[in-house]
Design a protein. Sequence first.
Length: 203
Amino acid sequence: MTDCPRCGAVDAGEEYCLTCGAPLRAPDPEPRIRAGSPATVLGIVVLAALGALVAIAVSRGGSTNKTVVATSLPARTTIRLAPVLGTLAAPVASVPVVTTSAAPPVQAATTLTPWTLPDGYTVVLASVTSASGRATAEQIAKHALAQGLSEVGVINSKDFSGLAPGYLVVFSGAYSSEADASQHLAQAKTAGFAAAYARHVTR
């Protein structure tokens, strides 16, 4: 018979108290693993290693291949490097830079040419009314010079017979014949004066 350590009830042959439910037998202690001696552990490691060696020998069977282990390297090992593309084997001599002064650009004439012939022919580029002012006529004349035309000037039509009064005439060139003047019409039209024409000018 066992007395319950908690409530004192008597319950023979029972593992738990029927009154309060407390356990009547102490639980068995957990088994402890006793560590082996160092000699035992060493023996197990040696046996495992021998087993591994035997397994390797059996797996290779009667193979005649031998494993070669390199134990040393030559005193000097030469490594050949491939040439790098884009590099130069020899230095390139520097080329001296020669600076030359550029010739100054040819500037077109900016001075207007006066009419000096008493009688002659010219190429009329434009006619500007006197009311517009001489400055306008001279501006057109300087534009003609910038386009490469030569002997460009401005005359007042009232000073010349055969010209309608009240105009400032922009001309290019002074020629002795109408044929000579006509030969320069193409140049005047190329310069942008599409309405240019040859004209007889007399005082």
